[in-house]
Design a protein around this ligand. Structure first.
Ligand code: IMP
Length: 436
């Protein structure tokens, strides 16, 4: 087993950072494969926090190589800041980062359009609640075949031409959205800044696809790090309340340019409850005090935007859907400790729509909006020992909760996290080892 994909099983923010960091111990190469600085990974190492948006969470292990795949959309200045932040902590000191030359670049006008749309959406009630990082507009440009790629940052004339052509096309849209057009001086500065960033990033750029393929061919352990979660997938998520990339496991193959037969295992990360940031259906959402309690206990505020996350009970139909979409071979359960102290813990086991019981969410957004979650409740557990290293160390009710989720999700756990630190973890199975 040498190629493992880690994906978020819900709507993102499942605690992938910690899990990827742990799995990186056994990996040689960590590849981030989709999205951009809309993601935010909070890593806690020896009690100290490091937040990354673009650099893979595997960065915390000196000497391991990190790759940003061609399927990503990269904001060059954010990436440079993150590299500097890592280097200040003694990480990425030996050029262990490779940025795909085919990855797309986020430029200020992508962020401008994203923000204008969100502002207008806020007035019309149609906002998606994006991170405003320019993700959608950058992927739109890519699909329209007029995007700027990392390789273009080394070609001044081409970059200027591309930016001018893009702004020319976007001009009526900026008018339509009531935005202010950038002055020529501003556009020139954007281009100069992008070229300067391109020069600084150049030593880290290369053919990411071949690099990953060679690593796999030579038997190295490769870990693909997904961003966001399966239910935010552009094709299969809760459209239109999704991100603009492929967040499911298949996205790893597409982004890195490798075939699906290279993949040995897919680990889905799920929180012991559910959260969602931005707009969109969330049938198990808890409002009022109950939601606030989970938000506070779990520190559920966006690592990228600081927005309070919507919180609710674990949604098994959604988890089953994520497991199906990504072909998960195991699950990692995170933040079990956050539920400690609740008198009762509930889980949605099915949905009811028009008197029919469904074991996965309906695909029509109107149906999801009126779906009634069917809950099962568990007695709570007072405290959860962060020293637990085996499921048997958990208090009885917590153990019953974990075992029931595993049974009803139909996928077994490889890991249960009982606290934020690296060592506060029950490790059940190494995804790089042969299947059980
Ligand atoms: P975008 O990716 O910024 O276009 O945002 C689209 C939707 O995906 C919004 O609801 C965001 O809140 C959500 N989203 C994007 N990235 C993340 C993430 O890393 N975690 C959780 N939600 C995200």
């Amino acid at each position: 087993m040498s190629v493992v994909i880690v994906v978020g099983a819900q709507w993102g923010d499942e605690g992938k950072g910690k899990v990827v960091d742990l799995f990186t111990e056994r990996a040689d190469l960590v590849v981030r494969y989709g999205g951009g600085a809309n993601a935010g990974h909070t890593l806690v190492i020896d009690g100290k926090k490091l937040v990354t948006h673009l650099v893979p969470s595997g960065v915390c292990h000196p000497g391991k190589s990190c790759v940003l795949g061609d399927g990503m959309v990269i904001e060059p200045h954010t990436l440079l800041e993150e590299i500097a932040q890592c280097q200040a902590r003694g990480l990425l000191s030996r050029g262990e980062l490779l940025i795909g030359l085919g990855a797309h670049v986020i430029l200020p006008y992508h962020k401008l359009i994203d923000a204008l749309r969100e502002d207008r959406g806020a007035k019309t009630g149609r906002a998606l609640g994006t991170t405003r990082r320019g993700i959608g507009p950058a992927y739109e440009a890519k699909a329209a075949r007029r995007g700027v790629r990392v390789r273009d940052l080394a070609r001044p004339a081409r970059l200027r031409e591309l930016v001018a052509a893009n702004l020319d096309e976007l001009s009526p849209l900026i008018d339509h959205l009531g935005g202010t057009h950038p002055s020529q001086a501003e556009v020139d500065r954007w281009v100069d800044d992008a070229l300067a960033a391109g020069r600084a990033l150049a030593p880290h750029t290369g053919d990411a696809g071949r690099h990953v393929a060679r690593a796999i061919a030579s038997g190295l352990h490769v870990l693909f790090e997904g961003a966001q979660g399966c239910l935010l997938d552009l094709d299969h998520g809760t459209y239109p309340y999704v991100t603009s990339s492929s967040t499911i496991a298949a996205g790893a193959c597409q982004s890195a340019g490798i075939g699906p037969t290279a993949i040995d295992a897919v680990v889905g990360i799920t929180k012991a409850y559910a959260t969602r940031v931005g707009a969109g259906p969330f049938p198990t959402e808890l409002h009022g005090e109950a939601g606030e309690r989970l938000r506070k206990a779990g520190g559920e505020y966006g690592a990228t935007t600081g927005r309070p996350r919507r919180c609710g009970w674990l949604d098994l139909p959604a988890l089953r859907m994520g497991a199906r979409l990504s072909g998960m071979t195991s699950l990692a359960l995170t933040k079990l400790d956050v539920l400690a102290g609740l008198p009762e813990v509930s889980v949605c086991v099915a949905y009811q729509v028009d008197g029919q019981e469904l074991d996965e969410p309906p695909t029509d957004p109107d149906d999801i909006a009126r779906a009634e979650p069917v809950f099962t409740s568990f007695p709570g557990w007072g405290t959860l020992p962060s020293t637990a290293r085996d499921v048997a160390d958990l208090p009885g009710p917590a153990r019953a909760y974990v075992e029931t989720i595993e049974r009803l999700a139909g996928v077994s756990f490889c890991l249960v996290s009982v606290g934020p630190d690296r060592n506060e973890t029950i490790r059940l199975h190494d995804p790089f080892a042969a299947p059980r």
